[in-house]
Design a protein around this ligand. Sequence first.
Ligand SMILES: *Cc1c(COP(=O)(O)O)cnc(C)c1O
Length: 232
Amino acid sequence: MSVQELLAETNERIEAACKRAGRERSEVTLLAVSKTKPVSLLKEAYDAGQREFGENKVQEILEKAPLMPGDVKWHMIGHLQRNKVRQLIDKAVLIHSVDSFRLAEEINIQALKNHLVADILIEVNAAGEASKFGVAPEDALPLVQQASELKGLRVRGLMTVAPYVVSSEENRPVFRKIKQLAVDIERENIDNVFMDVLSMGMSGDFETAIEEGATIVRVGTGIFGERNKGPI
Ligand SMILES: *Cc1c(COP(=O)(O)O)cnc(C)c1O
């Protein structure tokens, strides 16, 4: 299937999941995860109406952004090193992967230098997998509290990469737990903290994530096919 067909199918599945969950389609943003994919495929998605793209490397955003139309919104979804923040800061509309106060501080410094306020999500390692980035669920609130003091950024919510599972149903408790964590943090009514964004669900489980409250789903292979192993 073409990117256009896969994108249409993904959008239909999102709409159906919203309906099942009694949610408006407009509450859920589809992020096309284009890491390792050539710009030609991103353009196919763009021509089919897709505007939000997710990358996991700063370098790929820097390379691809000048080659894509100016109204594309880039999201940083991968592990972010502090020394890369300076180059990223005015390129990404949302940084999904903040998992330490040191990283939040660097984002704050670079945002203030650029006279902007950076929207960020706190990445939570929901299932405690050693191979995954993100803070433990119990460390999310303390990090949000610390980050809320930084005027150059705005905590918008949580992000999680759920375990790789055979059946998406297996991840339902994970999504439910992260949604509940977001609700609990929101109840704290912390200044400068919004908790209106929940980035969870990927190609294998985005419908379940939507049923459990995701506002951004990150879909890569479901739109672009299997990832290229070689250079972009
Ligand atoms: C690659 C990636 C995705 C997309 O994964 P697919 O299974 O291809 O949909 C989503 N989120 C993050 C953080 C990723 O690195």
